[in-house]
Write a protein that binds this ligand. Sequence first.
Ligand code: T4K
Length: 403
Amino acid sequence: MIKRNVNDLAILGGEPAFTHKLHVGRPNIGNRERLLDRIRDLLDRRWLTNQGPLVHEFETKICELLGTKHCIVTCNATTALEIAIRALNLTGEVIVPSFTFVATAHALQWQEITPVFSDIDPQTHNLDPRCVEALITPRTSGILATHVWGRPCAIDELIEIATRHRLKLLFDAAHAFSCSYRGRKIGNFGEAEVFSFHATKFLNTFEGGAVVTNEDELAGKIRLMTNFGFAGYDQVTYLGINGKMSEPAAAMGLTGMESLDEFVANNRRHYKRYQEALADVPGVRLIRYDEAEQNNYQYIVLEIDEPKTHISRDLILLSLHAENVLARRYFYPGCHRMEPYRSYFPHAGLLLPATERLCQGVLSLPTGTAIEAHDIDLICDLIRFVIEHGAEVSPRIPLPGNG
Ligand code: T4K
């Protein structure tokens, strides 16, 4: 460990621990040759988008992996959410977590449906079903629940509530590709589930997403809506938009699928290494994944308990950034504190105490195939060092805006 005293910390004038920047969300690439072969083939075919053979193959492979009946891949998950929301005829109010990426709420608001923010269970970081039930009004048409970090929501409880109140249940499964709930793959629950294959996801198509569902009619509707409503040449039978995935994107997805087990194994190894290295650091808790389920381990998330670390999450973040470790505080400050929701519901935070607390305490760390084991050791050494010297370091860190 290169830091011997606090003056060695980069934030206090020392040399950064890393000469290059370590990002959260550095993409996994998979086998380049396989990808380039596919790209060469699609160029030879001159079929670049619009339900090409690679898109078809990718959708088939996703259905096989998840055991779902239908998969419609899209240009990104936000569009996939918007299409699924519209296909389900959601209107009025839909209950969502505030502790999620803002796309979840925006996909509703974009269609003038009010996202009603529910609090979460501080243990799982997912919607607390009791809070959800308390928010149901005559205007509520559905629940849009995120499987945050790929850890499944309380699915059975949400199904029970949705059924009892005749609400539609849609899952934002952007983080949860290849994860399971009670032994069954995510993708099989609610009316439909939406995945993201954005570059930062462990399986990526550069940009991309998918809606999966076991309902035939809904799948047909979503497929039409994704392609302007075209049911055949010159035949538009529905209101639709352009949500299609391109062939190069599907080529990337198919190539990534071939390395899926490797990506997961790598993420799991990294997760275990972080877990071991941080186990006895006071005030730091790494989120747990249920080992009885299938997980993709794509997020390394710490909860920082400031009274024990004697240094705030934000000062730890600044210290890591100075060392070139670009940790993130997903999903700070919570959707309810972002526009336009902050203006619409200025007091929403009063009903979201667990969300508010969590937003102040979480930190996401780098993982994936771009990170090496020795990087993790050094990141953990840095976190340990900063926390061990928290009380001394804290007052010396120049805060942004303090000149
Ligand atoms: N629902 C949930 C729950 C989601 O988390 C997301 C997306 C969505 C819905 C919507 O899915 P999409 O419509 O995007 O398919 C990133 C991603 O852009 C976003 O997809 C993701 N969630 C979110 C959690 O993370 P930002 O604002 O953090 O992106 P950015 O540009 O800061 O990138 C994150 C890190 O990744 C940076 O440190 C740089 C690194 N990076 C990024 C890209 C694009 C790379 O190293 N290479 C790259 O190519 O949102």
